[in-house]
Design a protein around this ligand. Structure first.
Ligand code: HEM
Length: 522
């Protein structure tokens, strides 16, 4: 349960409260949370880190395989471990030991160790294998070291520069307008997860290929393609979760689950590849036909910005475009759903948000970057949603230097998972933690929370911070603004439940009714 008692951890945090600004504390003469060598020598051995006991080498894998532990409720299992073992514990699954860390002071020490090339374990290991064996580029999330760095340097310019991101607002607005019209026309949805997934594919496709794929057209072949893509992405995440908690035979032979995952990955890759080839051919023809580069640049903005990099191979370009096209399905979409769910449960917040949006936009249909800058309450609503319904359970790091975390030696090369989410409903940090109170994140508000800067990091931080962050936020801010500007969402589903499928995803039918706002209420 998300709001489980965190007494054990809270006691620990109190014990360590005499910290320096570096996040280094002293307890009983021993260093806690430090990357200082002399502290390392005095720290407790790695083996003493608590955690669930398992069978030698196999660890706790058998509990997941026999169903004693429900892998799809991994979020609850981690919370339970946290309340049992405290803010640092370890778990082994078939020879692979992960140290779980649940304390912002420890996060700070880990991030300070990152250096130029922060190292990670891939989020979806079987996908990394699929890409490696298929002679495809691994992409950012599956690579480390210099290879990662060089690709990141290129992608960063096209994906994180605010002006570059907001230059796509025209198409993002158009798509959001069409989606809102469609949603209002129907007035309800019994599968808003699918509806918003199709919206996200339309926006990801338009950004990637400079042309709308046409996925919002009801009953079209394009809509069928979008549905199949959604299904294939879903398969990939479900199968990757099954593989994560089973004997990793797939690393040696093509097990049925791995084969099914390959088929899903292949379909997604093939669709992207066809669109990309067609678009590149089109750009080439246009460049031969006309001298009006501005027009081409405006239409194919994202691809054009990538084409400017001489060192970018076609394979690398393919994986970046794939990420832009598809990654929002398991990230932006569940966040959007959770924001709307929270708003539907809190008429006070919804009304306040509507007032903010209406004051800025009135009835305007185009949202500019300068409008988004004037919507602090909207941003606070999204941030508060990340607190209540995080989509990721961990940020992965492999430390490159020996360090001390919570009094224990952590030798370099240890797999660390930063499980910030377990603190999100801690009553010692957040007053009335189950309540949706966006004011917590507004400076000057009486509800403003004095949280450690490393506590809530939905996009991570540092050189490996989510590269899609600005696009994701822009998509969310535009669509939420338009929906709330035009209608009141009412949750008509049952209990809002989630499951772990590598990321956290709604586990229940997502149903809403959308009541149009009367002009008199504006
Ligand atoms: C609400 C939406 C999203 C959230 C909460 C989110 C969160 C994250 C987080 C936590 C990381 C790991 C950061 C770290 O290791 O420090 C990450 C990495 C990444 N994200 Fe996102 N993400 C979102 C949307 C997207 C979208 C839409 C895209 C693509 C357009 C994207 C592309 C990536 C990539 C490529 C990486 C790997 C970056 C690297 O290793 O250099 N993300 N994301």
């Amino acid at each position: 349960m998300w709001g489980r008692n965190v007494k054990h951890a809270a006691n620990y945090l109190k014990r360590c409260s005499i910290s320096t600004s570096l996040g280094i504390s002293r307890s009983e003469g021993r260093a806690v949370n430090s990357n200082d060598v002399s502290d390392y020598n005095q720290a407790l051995p790695f083996e003493d880190i608590p955690g669930p006991r398992g069978i030698k080498y196999l660890g706790t894998l058998h509990h997941y395989m026999t169903g004693r532990l429900d892998k799809y409720k991994y979020q609850d299992i981690l919370e339970e471990y946290f309340s049992k073992y405290g803010p640092i514990f370890k778990e082994t699954l078939f020879g692979s030991t992960i140290v779980h860390v649940c304390d912002p002071k420890m996060f700070e020490v880990i991030y300070q160790d990152e250096g130029k090339y922060p190292e990670i374990e891939p989020l979806v290991e079987p996908s990394q294998k699929f890409r490696g064996e298929g002679d495809l580029s691994l992409g950012l999330g599956n690579s480390n070291g210099e290879k990662w760095y060089n690709l990141r340097a290129i992608v960063q310019k096209s994906m994180l520069k605010p002006a570059e991101v907001s230059s796509h607002l025209q198409i993002i607005n158009e798509i959001a307008n069409d989606f809102v019209d469609k949603t209002l026309h129907k007035g309800y949805s019994d599968d808003f997860l699918l509806d918003t997934s199709i919206w996200k594919l339309e926006s990801g496709g338009a950004l990637s290929f400079g042309k709308r794929p046409g996925y919002l057209e009801c009953g079209s072949a394009q809509e069928m393609e979008a549905m199949k893509l959604v299904k294939m992405v879903d398969n990939t995440f479900t199968l990757a979760t099954d593989l994560k908690f089973s004997f990793p035979l797939y690393k040696y032979i093509k097990t049925p689950a791995y084969k099914a995952l390959l088929d899903s990955e292949q379909y997604i890759n093939d669709v992207t590849s066809v669109y990309l080839s067609e678009t590149l051919k089109h750009i080439e023809t246009e460049l031969e036909r006309t001298d009006d580069f501005n027009d081409i640049q405006n239409t194919y903005r994202f691809l054009y910005s990538l084409l400017g990099h001489k060192n970018l191979s076609k394979k690398d370009m393919e994986v970046i475009v794939l990420s832009m096209f598809i990654d929002g399905l398991r990230t932006v979409v569940p966040v959007l759903i959770s924001v709307l769910f929270c708003l539907s449960q809190s008429p006070r917040v919804q009304e306040k948000l509507f007032t903010e949006i209406y004051n800025v936009l009135e009835d305007r249909k185009y949202i500019a970057a300068s409008d988004i800058a004037q919507l602090p309450y909207l941003k606070a609503c999204v941030k508060e949603t990340f607190r209540l319904y995080p989509i990721g359970l961990e940020i992965s790091r492999i430390n490159q230097n020996d360090m001390v975390l919570g009094e224990y030696k952590i030798p370099s090369g240890t797999k660390l998972n930063l499980n910030n989410f377990v603190l999100n409903r801690d009553p010692n940090i957040f007053a009335n933690p189950e309540a949706f109170v966006p004011e917590r994140w507004l400076r000057g508000s009486e509800h403003a929370v004095d949280a450690h800067p490393y506590l809530l990091l939905p996009f991570g931080r540092g050189p490996r911070m989510c590269v899609g962050r600005r696009f994701a936020e822009q998509d969310l801010y535009v669509l939420i603004s338009k929906l709330i500007q035009n209608c009141e969402p009412h949750w008509t589903g049952e209990k809002y439940e989630h499951q772990f499928k590598i990321l956290v995803y709604p586990a229940c039918p997502v149903k809403f009714q959308f009541k149009p706002r009367q002009s008199s209420s504006k």
